[in-house]
Design a protein around this ligand. Structure first.
Ligand code: DGY
Length: 319
């Protein structure tokens, strides 16, 4: 008999399909994020619960999960929405879906850098408003991406995928990470033991680290002051790593020339200045949102669940 799985995520049917073909699956058919009560109700009597970044499983929610739950899978690489310790304390295994989204997220990091540096938003608005009066040497002068210095905060798999692309643009790679990488992963990137040291070398500063108590608000006024004038700040990771007030101030003063943001503190709320400033190129958290990646994440999660129920291990197991 196949394991009973409740998919709390609001999946497109193609993403749901691998769960339905491999497990006894019930799912969120509301077309929106479930309330906690709905999530708890859906989890009754099933062995596996599949959630994503918009489903907050803090200690109080974990305490309400039914006894039947043996495993929680998060359809994400981010884990900040889960109290992994509380889940572990209840003997519940936890899996995520890393690796398969690195390249699509890194593609969006490049999009953020290019969009911010070349003032894509202003160009699109000018064209669509019908107010473009024709080519001019004064028009929308932006900043080069090619040949510049890129500082990557967090040189995990996504950070390294960004570095790989940026090298193709002739960028020099700098990074800060908890630990220095082996040379075969570093590939000539310059390691900085401090975030301030890296910031001083970053024409482009790209956030690619997980949100943890140690990284929250790491990109604050002090760090931003260490960036070279006219730097460009991008965030492909989590909104709360940046202190919005400090970044907005730097964007308004021009110390930071532009920002490219795919993630926001308190999503779906967005700091009002990010919606108003012309030098903010912002996207609604689409880093991993391609069909290929969505399906690969589903396959990865199903594989993990299968292995779990067969008693096998997986490197995606968090606890
Ligand atoms: C992830 O996988 O963490 C994406 O940002 C979606 O939450």
């Amino acid at each position: 008999m196949s394991a009973r799985v409740f998919v709390a995520c609001n999946f497109p049917s193609q993403v749901l399909e691998p769960f339905q073909t491999q497990f006894d699956t019930t799912y969120n058919d509301t077309g929106r994020v479930l309330t906690t009560d709905e999530l708890i109700a859906g989890a009754q009597g099933v062995e596996a619960l599949v959630v994503t970044a918009t489903d907050r499983l803090d200690a109080s929610v974990v305490a309400r999960l039914p006894e039947s739950i043996r495993v929680v899978g998060t359809y994400s690489v981010g884990q900040e929405h889960l109290d992994v310790e509380a889940l572990g304390a209840r003997g519940i295994a936890v899996f995520s879906t890393p690796d398969v989204l690195d390249d699509s997220c890194a593609d969006v990091a490049m999009l953020l850098m290019l969009g911010a540096a070349r003032r894509a938003l202003e160009g699109i608005e000018l064209l669509r408003s019908g107010q473009w009066t024709g080519w001019s040497p004064r028009q929308q002068i932006g900043h080069d991406v090619w040949g510049r210095r890129l500082g990557i905060l967090g040189m995990g798999r996504i950070g390294r995928a960004i570095a790989q692309r940026a090298r193709g643009f002739g960028m020099t790679i700098h990074y800060h990470n908890r630990n220095r990488l082996d040379p075969q992963l570093e590939l000539g990137a310059q390691y900085h033991a401090t975030t301030h040291g890296m910031a001083a070398q970053s024409d482009f500063f790209c956030v690619a680290c997980p949100s943890t108590p140690a990284t929250r608000r790491m990109v604050n006024a002090d760090l931003i002051a260490h960036l070279p004038p006219q730097a460009i700040v991008c965030n492909i990771a989590r909104g709360d790593i940046i202190c919005d007030e400090s970044l907005v101030q730097a964007l308004e003063s021009g110390h930071v020339a532009a920002a490219g943001l795919d993630v926001f503190d308190g999503e779906p709320n967005v700091h009002p200045a990010y919606r108003a400033l012309p030098n903010v190129f912002a996207l609604p958290h689409i880093g991993s949102s391609t069909w290929g990646t969505r399906l690969a994440m589903a396959d990865r999660m199903c594989q993990n669940l299968k292995w779990f129920f067969e008693g096998q291990t997986s490197e995606d197991r968090l606890i």
